[in-house]
Design a binder for this molecule. Structure first.
Ligand code: KG4
Ligand code: ZN
Length: 363
């Protein structure tokens, strides 16, 4: 008999996703309909368009996830859905669908925090039972450090660091835009940085000092300064005209074909920006890991796909660092179904009045 099957649904931003996962670990299907191309036309996610696309995609995506997993409605044990954080209208599409589906099937509904989902994208593939774990969730909307620990089957989280302004992925996207590269900026910068000199320009990070309510040190990030520093560099080095001249030509290319269109100076700025950001993320995470005596580090979220970030952690860490496989780094529903599993086992069901919580916190 097939038991422990959870259908996960994710629609918090610009990906409509559904997945069937068995007992929080075995992925039977993982379908993602990305709206990236549509939002790329506007250089960022347009909330109204995102909701409309989720509405269009949700039924076919769920159907495909069920078919690929070869499961019927009655095989499912529960429906899990992202309740927040994210765009209100986008979240509502997934939540409304999941609520109706769960009600129609008479199955439990489980609400999942998107950030917890990102952490479970790693946990579903790694045995990381030796706590405490330090988790860096680094995406287009978030840059958070959590201490995570499992006690009697339940995961507990404590937020020990966060960005005080932009998220790291947001900085990638904004810097890519100001350099005339495509959207989302992460994959462009990741690819093009290999062609530049990471030591050419020194972009510095300021130390952020903050203490939480218990006067414990926190390990915060700030990424708006580096975006301004890149902008200032571009302006003072007379690069603007050239950037605008090549912008439309670059938009039609893939990142892998774009290096030949870029001059050395631009490639050096790209490599130097990436060097500074990845060093900063790793340094702050490793300092926090040492401070809290973490035994393992998990890195997840869209920016976890970054190859330089993976390399820097591998080079600098003296405790195990786990990343999700590439397909589970960016938004997906397998991570939502995986995060729901311990809650399902504990009988933590959502009620029919579940609503979208755009600013939902973890820990
Ligand atoms: O987790 P995600 O898919 O959505 C959010 O929850 O935000 O993350 C998307 C973010 C974007 O900012 C994108 O530029 C960044 O992840 N990203 C990357 C890479 N791939 C995606 N950043 C750096 N390097 C990459 N290879
Ligand atoms: Zn995400």
């Amino acid at each position: 008999m097939r038991t422990g099957l959870i259908l996960g649904i994710e629609s918090s931003c610009d990906e409509t996703a559904a997945a069937v996962v068995r007992q929080g670990r075995e992925t039977l299907s993982n379908i993602v309909a990305s709206q990236m191309k549509m939002h790329a036309l506007y250089g960022g996610v347009v909330p109204e368009l995102a909701s409309r696309e989720h509405l269009r995609n949700i039924v076919p995506v769920v159907r495909e996830a069920m078919q690929q997993a070869d499961v019927t409605d009655s095989d499912l044990n529960a429906i899990a859905v992202t309740a927040g954080p994210g765009l209100a209208g986008a979240l509502l599409v997934g939540i409304s669908f999941a609520k109706s589906f769960a009600y129609a099937l008479g199955k439990p509904l489980i609400a999942v925090n998107h950030l917890e989902g990102h952490i479970h994208a790693v946990l579903m593939q790694q045995q990381a039972n030796e706590g405490p774990i330090l988790a860096l969730v680094v995406s287009g909307g978030h840059t958070h450090l959590y201490l995570a620990q499992q006690r009697e089957g339940t995961w507990h989280y404590r937020n020990v660091g966060r960005t005080v302004d932009d998220a790291a992925g947001e900085a990638y996207d904004k810097v890519a835009k100001l350099l005339g590269l495509g959207y989302p900026g992460g994959p462009w910068i990741d690819t093009l940085a290999a062609h530049g000199n990471p030591k050419a320009v020194l972009f510095r990070f300021q130390e952020i000092k903050r203490r939480d309510a218990s006067e414990e040190a926190t390990f915060d990030f700030s990424f708006s300064g580096i975006k301004t520093a890149v902008l200032r560099y571009v302006e003072t080095h007379g690069m603007k005209q050239q950037i605008e001249a090549r912008r439309s030509e670059l938009a039609s290319l893939k990142p892998t074909d774009a290096a030949q269109l870029l001059d050395h100076q631009s490639l050096d700025v790209i490599a130097s920006f990436q060097h500074a950001v990845t060093q900063n993320l790793a340094r702050q995470t490793l300092r926090a890991a040492q401070h809290f005596g973490a035994r393992t580090i998990l890195v997840s979220g869209g920016v976890a796909a970054n190859r330089e970030l993976r390399r820097v952690f591998a080079e600098q860490a003296n405790i195990p660092v786990h990343f999700p496989e590439m397909a589970l780094s960016t938004d997906n529903a397998a991570m939502i179904a995986a995060a729901a599993w311990p809650r399902f086992v504990a009988g933590e069901h959502a009620t029919a009045d579940l609503n979208a919580t755009p600013q939902l916190r973890l820990g």
